[in-house]
Ligand binder design. Structure first.
Ligand code: PGA
Length: 249
């Protein structure tokens, strides 16, 4: 059985006091599903969040990291730094990183390697923009994102890879992919993985959907056989909504 995961990406929201307040709210909710829960505060709040949540069922994860071990990379954060504050999982390749910070597949391949070398787990994001979907190129785009950033890995590396399909046109727009669109892409991605690594590996990798997941649509999306959970942006900033999504499984 694949791991079911709901991860909240808080993006560049919440200062320290707001982060503590949201964590206090999150701790009031009990989960009634088997899904693993993760939240990704901004870098400055990771340590505090880790301290507050380390004895709970909520894992604190990071939104990004640099590929180098250390050195002259002003403003950047390394895998060992993340690990030193209790972080074991990192989101890489979010479309906002690709779009606003020019992160390429080649750069992401290096980041993935650095995370795996440090025995971290990666939530690797990919997804097409609206023009790709309209021109029916969405599968081609996603296939190349995955191949370029991940297909140099060994089969066993996929124990530490979680995939997240995030159609860019659905992020923060209120427009979700239909459950069928999500399922079709997830099945396509699993087949792409299987062609390279075999079905045993492909069937073991969790594939999350992200893009305007809300309490009112989570259940239908999560009911699809190849959707193993969600990467949640906006709705993760509200504890009640976030737990409604967690409990949608
Ligand atoms: P959204 O963001 O839920 O606000 O659309 C999803 C994401 O960017 O991971």
């Amino acid at each position: 059985m694949r791991k079911q995961i709901v991860a909240g990406n808080w993006k560049m929201n919440n200062d320290l006091a707001q982060t503590e307040a949201l964590i206090t709210e999150l701790k009031k909710w009990t989960k009634t599903s088997d899904a693993s829960i993760m939240v990704a505060p901004t870098f400055t709040n990771l340590w505090q969040a880790y301290q507050s949540l380390k004895d709970t069922h909520i894992e604190v994860i990071a939104q990004n990291m640099h590929f180098a071990k250390n050195g002259a990379y002003t403003g950047e954060i390394s895998a060992t730094m993340l690990k030193s504050v209790g972080v074991e999982t990192v989101i890489l390749g979010h479309s906002e990183r690709r779009e606003y910070f020019n992160e390429t597949d080649e750069l992401l391949a290096k980041k993935v390697d650095a995370a795996l070398e440090n025995e971290m787990t990666v939530i690797f994001c990919f997804g097409e923009v609206l023009a790709d979907r309209k021109s029916n190129n969405h599968e081609k785009v996603v296939e190349s994102q995955i191949k370029n950033a991940l297909f140099h890995l060994k089969a066993w590396d996929f124990k530490r890879i979680i995939l997240a399909y995030e159609p860019v046109w659905a992020i923060g727009t209120g427009e979700t992919a239909s459950p069928e669109q999500a399922q079709d892409m997830h099945a396509f991605v699993r087949k792409t993985l299987a062609d390279k690594y075999g079905y045993e590996i492909a069937n073991s990798v969790s594939i999350l959907y992200g893009g305007s997941v809300k309490p009112n649509n989570a259940q239908e999306i999560f009911s699809k056989p190849d959707v193993d959970g969600g990467l949640i942006g906006g709705a993760a900033l509200n504890a009640e909504d976030f737990f409604a999504i967690v409990n949608a499984f």
